[in-house]
Design a protein around this ligand. Structure first.
Ligand code: RIB
Length: 351
């Protein structure tokens, strides 16, 4: 049976109107009363009908979109994918960055709640418990996670098959004869990197190769951090013969480090990157990459939050989109046409 607002009111010892103000985050409520109501909401598992909420709370027709770094083309594409759908349904986005920082994520979520956004779409800065996101759920505000998930937070989540994508990339390098394959990751507290590392380990394990911890390294989410990490990795004895970079910024930093070390791709070191972006086609040799359907991921995340706002959906969904592994020239077997000219990167094979 669906828990009613009256049951919550009775539990908290307040009026239904007070519960409505707390859940709808409008009007005045003392902190003491707010705490009592939220405790009752959580204990009873109350989820307000979003239609009733929007009627009473005078919806603002805005959606808070929280990403980690809008200067990253991946997130710029994601935002455009979200906005294509939300705009069609009469919602305006309010965008905020978190720089992969949990405290900053908490602060922007709080501010957007004070601005009374009708819903949230969030790229979480951590896969671990996020009390501020749990609070959003407890208050019955529609929330969808995109690109990464949060463990033990049962909300709609739209991601790609990170583990399978990484597994395909590293298996390809192994098929080419590489056994000392480094992996370059950034924030280890997010599910994308947890899953890409798992795919890397599975590929090695299935080929009876050991995952040397010295070849598994992580840094901050910036290109420069990746450059410094790979420079050190290449300077060490027994450098890897191949690198798997876990996202676009790691790839850019790695390419810079490889070139500054006087090494060539793929002759001295093979390179496969997660994230395929337009610059791959201007960078020679053309990058072998795991392509994510970023724009589509944004579309679907927006469709889910609109469905929640319309009260059309109450079941929580985890949606996984397929990645595409595109073999070009950076992983050890230049795809030369029979005339010996470089092939057209647009035509390179997808496997
Ligand atoms: O470039 C940003 C990366 O971090 C992407 O791979 C995306 O999946 C996110 O995890």
């Amino acid at each position: 049976m669906k828990v009613t607002i009256r049951e919550v009111a009775a539990k908290a010892g307040v009026s239904p109107a007070t519960v409505s103000r707390v859940v709808g985050n409008y009007g005045y409520v003392s902190q003491k009363t707010r705490r009592k109501v939220l405790a009752a909401v959580k204990e009873l598992g109350y989820r307000p009908d979003s239609i009733a909420r929007s009627l009473v709370t005078r919806a603002t027709h805005t959606i808070g979109l929280v990403v980690t770094d809008i200067t990253n083309p991946f997130f710029a594409n994601l935002v455009r994918g979200v906005e294509e759908v939300t705009w069609q349904h009469g919602y305006t986005l309010i965008l905020a960055n978190t720089d992969e920082d949990m405290q900053r994520e908490k602060a922007v979520i709080q501010t957007l709640q004070e601005k009374r956004v009708d819903a949230f779409i969030v790229v979480p800065a951590s896969s671990q418990g996020s009390p501020h996101l749990q609070e959003v759920v407890s208050q019955g505000i529609p929330l969808v996670l995109v690109d990464r998930g949060v463990h033990n937070l049962a909300v709609d989540t739209v991601m790609v098959d990170n583990e399978e994508g990484a597994y395909k990339a590293v298996s390809h390098l192994i098929r080419l004869g590489h056994s000392r394959i480094g992996i370059v990751l950034d924030n280890l507290k997010i599910t994308t990197n947890e899953e890409r590392l798992a795919g890397y380990r599975r590929a090695l394990l299935e080929n009876s190769l050991t995952a040397e911890e010295s070849l598994i390294q992580s840094c901050r989410f910036t290109q420069h951090s990746a450059y410094e990490l790979v420079s050190n990795m290449l300077a060490g004895h027994e450098r890897p013969t191949a690198l798997f970079t876990a996202n676009n910024f790691m790839t850019i930093g790695a390419i810079q480090a490889i070139r500054e070390a006087g090494l060539s791709i793929p002759q001295d070191i093979a390179l496969v990157g997660f994230d395929d972006l337009e610059w791959n086609l201007v960078n020679v040799p053309y990058l072998t990459a795991v392509a994510q359907p970023v724009f589509e991921m944004g579309n679907i995340a927006a469709q889910r939050v609109i469905a929640q706002l319309k009260g059309e959906e109450n079941s929580v969904m985890e949606i996984r989109l397929k990645t595409k592994f595109i073999v070009r020239q950076s992983c050890g077997v230049p795809s030369q046409t029979n005339s010996g000219r470089r092939s057209n990167p647009k035509l390179d094979q997808e496997i």
